[in-house]
Design a binder for this molecule. Structure first.
Ligand SMILES: [Zn+2]
Length: 184
């Protein structure tokens, strides 16, 4: 049988950019670390067989990938959207919730629309969220210019409630629901 599925060609392609990896652990708190948290979520999203969205992970193992290599990969895939995943931390341990941003060189209406939809997606899944989308000033976000791009900080590792949610095994399903619902 020929494995040709016309529907797959119509799916929205969303690249998931799991930050950090390898020697770059990102934020750590006790034995919890950012590079594993975002990789788990990226792998989970890539495993979803959604009727309308195909998630493609940029980092699928615990390896270091340079920012320029990530940007080249995004350019070669040319997806409908790229979502970068991080977690946050703050000296103020009361600070909590999901933060959604767009790049300062990529504040296109499309990026902002995706950002707002994703923020609402998290709200509807009962996540604490920031009031509105913000601007991210990172090398990756500033250099993915032609493709709609959104950064999600999935909560604060410095906050006890967020930390407990992030290490809860069912949270990745809620995160996936929040994102897929937003992109339909
Ligand atoms: Zn990070």
């Amino acid at each position: 049988m020929v494995a040709f599925n016309i529907n797959s060609a119509q799916k929205k392609v969303v690249v998931i950019n799991a930050s950090h990896g390898g020697v770059d652990w990102g934020i750590t708190y006790d034995s919890i670390n950012e590079k594993e948290l975002v990789l788990n979520i990226s792998q989970y999203l890539s495993s979803i067989n959604d009727a309308h969205i195909k998630f493609v992970g940029i980092r699928n193992t615990d390896d270091y990938i340079s920012l320029n290599d990530r940007i080249s990969k995004v350019d070669s895939i040319h997806p409908d959207l790229v979502i970068t995943l991080h977690v946050a931390q703050d000296l103020d341990i009361r600070k909590s919730g999901v933060v959604v941003s767009v790049g300062k060189n990529n504040e296109s209406d499309t990026s902002k629309q995706y950002g707002n939809k994703i923020l609402n997606g998290f709200k509807s899944q009962k996540f604490g969220v920031n009031d509105s989308i913000t601007t991210a000033d990172t090398y990756f976000m500033n250099n993915v210019k032609e493709i709609p791009s959104v950064l999600i900080e999935l909560g604060y590792l410095s906050n006890e409630k967020d930390r407990k949610a992030l290490i809860n095994s069912t949270t990745k399903e809620q995160i996936a629901k929040a994102i897929t619902a937003a992109l339909q």
